[in-house]
Design a protein around this ligand. Sequence first.
Ligand code: FAD
Length: 434
Amino acid sequence: MAEKSFKYIILGGGVSAGYAAKEFASQGVKPGELAVISKEAVAPYERPALSKGYLFPEGAARLPGFHCCVGSGGEKLLPESYKQKGIELILSTEIVKADLAAKSLVSAAGDVFKYETLIIATGSTVLRLTDFGVKGADSKNILYLREIDDADKVVEAIKAKKGGKAVVVGGGYIGLELSAALRINNFDVTMVFPEPWCMPRLFTADIAAFYETYYTNKGVKIIKGTVASGFTAHPNGEVNEVQLKDGRSLEADIVIVGVGAKPLTALFKGQVEEDKGGIKTDAFFKTSVPDVYAVGDVATFPLKMYGDMRRVEHVDHSRKSAEQAVKAIKAAEGGGAVEEYDYLPFFYSRSFDLSWQFYGDNVGDSVLFGDSNPSNPKPRFGAYWVKDGKVVGAFMEGGSGDENKALAKVAKARPVAESLDDLTKQGISFAAKV
Ligand code: FAD
């Protein structure tokens, strides 16, 4: 059992960790000052690739192609880059105990890591059907997707069950992206989710109607308003059937479950203030414990624009929060300060030939604009959300680079909208004028 001390430790090896390391490197760290500790076996990478390019039947994305920070056009930190920059990358190392008062972390192997400043970047873990006691949920080929090891299992199952039947449980990001990926791999795909439409946390019924019809046209079957209530398996343990709560059953060679995630905060329970299920931070991602910061999916931070505390599970925030925390740490060391984090929420997704972006807040009334006919070869439509007479959120499928920039501008500026009808008529040109 070894003991090592660092000035800074980043706990976690995901997106936030990669962007925090890049920021430390660009501000300058001395060799041996900074360690990144991750339970994954690979250096930080752009996680969204796992549900997209990683699953392509041909020309699939593979590491080192998507290590951080290529996702935002930044420098790619290869495993050897960390060493070159004097950063210790400690992989395949799970921290099982954290003592924030003693400033020490203990790994599963019993190694002790001491720090002066800690950045918690542990991200989220998937919710599992076994956690809810669903019968047969531990059968083989019932798969989840969070880390690269999970993605490798999906790739293996796709190869082993070529052209078979897949059931996707969940109608959110993972459900939609994985249904598309499996369909592209020639699987017979059925999606099952309990809500009245897909992506209900963001999409309105109108937006969802476009995606559901588009997916149906691509051959994906969609079953709404029910859940998977049990699974049966072949004698070899591999899943062969999904039972639905409404009494139906579906044959399945592979089941992918995407029913949500929870932030990994358990190590710090009782040691740090929490809010809305995450670790509470200020606008510099400082927690209630001195010298401890939390970034990415685990942080509940002040969202300045809206004057409330939020936790955001999206890649853009994980990158920007990590950079903000490191900038704040380095500025404080020099006796200075940085501006408060002023985040504009931004989410995106890609599947089949589709690509959408959303900026702002999806609250209030909403209106659709453009051509949302799913049969058109190049659908291009959008939506605005209007609250208290102001446009607060903007969405677009198939937008160009300039149009997406206009969405961001309108969501940030929150201009007054004359009427919902006017927004529908003006469409993207309303945002372009802001
Ligand atoms: P993560 O990237 O999850 O990193 C956490 C890291 O901490 C992991 O390496 C983990 O192994 C490590 N860790 C956790 N606990 C320990 C421990 N005890 N000891 C050691 N290491 C530990 N967002 C979008 O906006 N658009 C998308 O299209 C999109 N696609 C996605 C696709 C997939 C498949 C997934 C899973 C997420 C996607 N997201 C997307 C969300 C986005 O990837 C996350 O919000 C982002 O990765 C969060 O970054 P993070 O650093 O907080 O956590």
